[in-house]
Write a protein that binds this ligand. Structure first.
Ligand SMILES: *Cc1c(COP(=O)(O)O)cnc(C)c1O
Length: 499
């Protein structure tokens, strides 16, 4: 299996190279040259396997340059009950008749990013070894909250790697800040920036592409690599849980072989829902993929009209991990749907960076409507959804999952479609305690994060995740705040390259 670039179809590299490189030199994203298939018998057979075994089985179709031993090592190192609070890894909850919630947040940081970032370090270090590269890999991350912590947890003390995370000083939740500043590990550093998320991202990009810095790293036997969501090594692991879920439904006689399901995904960068689309293209019986956005509804408009236009107000919402106006992974979908037309992709994404807008062809629009539906929900609707699910089903959802739930309810009311449905749940409610409490019982909201965690425990009846409870008494290791111009010297001194 070879990988091409969405902006140059003649690129031809192995999975290991795609994972190490992260993004193509032409600015495009790596995609498999063809989408492998999976049969219903193969899916059914997954039912008797552990999650790690299911993962190895599906990865073997995409990472054909990895040996069975390598895949076994990567999947078993990542998906085990030391890292995840449930032996199922991804847990399926039955909400009500024909509707399931796929809880993707039982990993160490309580958000679905763990599903990919727990395995990425193993995929990356294995890829380096396969390519005969023995440099130390330096991962730089700009984060608005969830990605930074999940990457720290994934890379902490992984041999041959070092990780540095920058977050906007005033731009993350209290729990997210605590999670990052108390991080363990001999190869990690965390730093707050006086600025917003864009400043962090621009700073990281500037260091990443600075030839002088690259050369300094090289002289010290180091190189940069990326762990952000455009790396194929982050997308591939997300395909696993959709197929695994179907195997689980089959095993429990909740669906019959070949019966179609809907999948609803709360979406930001379009990574998670794109993984669901890949699983559909592989052969998973999927009726509709339902793309749920918050007030930043650029994807809703795109899917409904074929026009992508980021020239609009940006809203800070109570589902902050979806506050995004540029959905990078959409490029992969459009590459597939345009018939791998790299010239079209260069045209559309060139227009996006110049004018903030592009419009796809009618044929692509039609193909999008065949597979996808889209809707959005504002903060008010999000809170109402948390409350109504809590009251009706005694189930406590986080705000991102609630967006998906509300969009699904609207979809059902509009279409009357009663296909069995899986809603992807992307964060533990404890990660967004203040907003969840505000929805259920606003009198319990306070400045004291742990008082709110205790209250949420009382109301929901769910155990407080161990990893969040443990943070309470944990010492802060990283309290440095720097200005925008100091990022480069911070990186070089943290790596021991300069004083
Ligand atoms: C990152 C994130 C999302 C959005 O996922 P994409 O793959 O970017 O679409 C949704 N919910 C939570 C909690 C997240 O952390």
């Amino acid at each position: 299996m070879y990988y091409k670039s969405t902006r140059n179809s003649s690129v031809n590299i192995s999975a290991a190279q795609a994972i190490v490189q992260g993004i193509s030199d032409d600015g495009g994203l790596f995609v498999p040259a063809e989408i492998p298939s999976i049969t219903m018998d193969e899916i059914a057979a997954l039912g008797d396997m552990t999650y790690a075994e299911r993962a190895a089985c599906i990865f073997s179709k995409f990472l054909t340059d990895f040996t069975d031993e390598e895949l076994k090592y990567c999947t078993e190192s990542a998906y085990n009950d030391k890292s995840f609070a449930t032996a199922d890894i991804a847990e399926l909850s039955h909400l009500f008749d024909g509707t399931y919630v796929l809880e993707l947040w039982h990993g160490p940081t309580c958000a679905f990013k763990d599903m990919a970032l727990q395995i990425l370090p193993y995929l990356l270090t294995t890829s380096l070894k396969k390519l005969g590269m023995n440099k130390k890999v330096v991962i730089l991350i700009a984060t608005s909250g969830d990605t930074g912590k999940a990457a720290l947890e994934g890379f902490a003390d992984v041999e041959g790697t070092s990780i540095m995370v920058f977050y906007p000083r005033d731009g993350v939740s209290a729990m997210q800040k605590r999670q990052m500043t108390t991080q363990d590990g001999g190869n990690v550093s965390v730093c707050a920036l006086e600025g917003n998320f864009d400043d962090c991202q621009n700073g990281v990009k500037a260091i990443f592409t600075d030839e002088k810095v690259k050369k300094q790293l090289d002289e010290h036997g180091m190189m940069f690599s990326s762990a952000n969501s455009i790396n194929w090594g982050r997308l591939a692991p997300q395909i696993i849980y959709y197929i695994s879920t179907y195997a689980e439904l089959l095993k429990n006689n909740a669906v019959s072989k070949g019966e179609k399901i809907n999948i609803v995904v709360p979406t930001g960068n379009f990574g998670n829902i794109l993984a669901a689309y890949y699983s559909k293209r592989m052969g998973l019986p999927v009726n509709k993929l339902i793309c749920a956005s918050n007030a930043n509804n650029v994807l809703t408009d795109f899917i409904n009209t074929g026009v992508y236009d980021r020239n609009r107000s940006f809203y800070t919402t109570i589902s902050p991990s979806m506050d995004i106006l540029i959905s990078s992974n959409l490029e992969r979908l459009l590459y597939i749907l345009s018939g791998e037309n790299d010239a079209k992709i260069r045209e559309w994404f060139g227009a996006l960076s110049k004018t903030g807008r592009y419009e796809v062809d009618d044929s692509v629009k039609a193909l999008i409507s065949e597979s996808f539906c889209a809707g959005y929900c504002d903060d008010k609707g999000t809170k109402e959804a948390v409350k109504s699910v809590y009251d009706k089903y005694s189930y406590t959802m986080d705000t991102h999952t609630a967006v998906a739930y509300k969009v699904y309810e609207d979809y059902k009311a509009k279409t009357g479609d009663n296909t069995k449905t899986v809603i992807a749940s992307t964060a533990s409610p404890y990660k967004f305690s203040a907003s969840v409490l505000d929805a259920i019982d606003s009198s319990a909201v306070s400045d004291d994060e742990y008082a709110m965690v205790d209250k949420l425990c009382e109301l929901s009846g769910y155990d407080i995740p161990k990893s969040l409870a443990e943070l309470k008494g944990k010492a802060v290791r990283f309290d440095k705040v720097i200005g925008r111009t100091e990022m480069e010297s911070f990186v070089l001194s943290s790596l021991g390259i300069t004083e």
